[in-house]
Structure formats: C-alpha cells, structure tokens
Design a protein around this ligand. Structure first.
Ligand code: 4NP
Length: 151
C-alpha cells in the first residue's frame, strides 16, 4: 500500500519543496507518494525559490519543476501524514480540519521525527546559509521520520 505524505510550509517555495525533494530521494518513490503545499496562496504556480533549488542541486536533487500550490481541505483526507514546518503552519493547517481524523494526521516535522530542533525556521528573508541549515535539518528529520515509518 502506498503511504501518502504531504510536506507543508507557508509559501510552498522554500522549505516544503526542499522537504518534498529530500523525501522523494530518500524513499526513491517506493511505497510512498510525496507532495508539498503551502498554507498561504502568495506564490501559486511559482517554482521553488532559487536558493532552495540551489541547495537541493548541491545534493543532487532537482526540485526546479515543482509548482507552488495551496493546502486544500481535500488534502486532509487524501494524505496519510501531513508534516508541517513550524507552529504557524500547524495552526493554519489545523484550522482547515473538520474532524479528529484529519487533525491527527497533522504533526510538526521536528516532533514527528524526534530531532532536537523545535521547528524548521523560515529562511525566506535570510541568506544562503539559512537554506543550508534548513537542508540539514530537513534531511535529518526526513531520515528519522522514515526510520520510524518503514519496516
Ligand atoms: P516557505 O517560505 O514557507 O518555506 O515557502 C516563505 C516563502 C514566502 C513567504 C514566506 C515564507 N512570503 O512571505 O512570501
């Protein structure tokens, strides 16, 4: 059975596209379907931020063809796990829920993977070093999350 995992941030141009790319590479598409979305509609249809594309490319991951989309109520039923980057994404996503089953799918990616960081910081207004830090954090989170969710 395919496990469907949705990575969620605010704009779907910096963190969650990178998270999607890392998770796709780590799962190699076997048994998992990975997607990403943003809780906001600021960048609908846009490619990932060039700094996310660059840090992904440095790690042999091509995220350049992704297009930003907004999290929808239908996603809350369609996906098995919804991994959000920070507390703001968490409250925005929870606000869309109409059932306990939906709410139970939504978790902070850091707590779900038991890494020490409390959240994945928004790198949008910072420099390239922020994106490198986000990559390392996400790689750690995705690896640990997968260890907990694969046999
Ligand atoms: P993301 O980063 O949520 O990781 O995609 C952001 C992208 C855009 C904005 C904020 C955060 N923005 O305000 O436009």
């Amino acid at each position: 059975m395919t496990t469907k995992v949705l990575m969620v941030c605010l704009g779907n141009i910096c963190r969650s596209p990178l998270a999607e790319g890392i998770m796709r590479k780590l799962t190699n598409n076997s048994d998992f379907l990975i997607d990403s979305a943003g809780t906001a509609n600021y960048h609908l249809g846009a490619a990932p931020d060039h700094r996310s594309i660059a840090i992904a490319a440095l790690h042999d991951i091509d995220i350049s063809s992704q297009q930003a989309r907004q999290l929808t109520p239908a996603d809350l039923d369609a996906f098995d796990h919804i991994l959000v980057m920070d507390e703001e994404n968490l409250s925005n996503a929870l606000a869309l829920c109409t059932s306990k089953a939906q709410r139970n799918k939504i978790v902070l990616i850091t707590s779900a993977s038991e890494v020490e960081a409390s959240h994945i910081p928004d790198p949008y207004y910072g420099g390239a070093d922020g994106f490198a830090r986000v990559y390392e954090l996400l790689h750690d989170c995705c690896s640990k999350w997968l260890m907990k969710h694969t046999k």
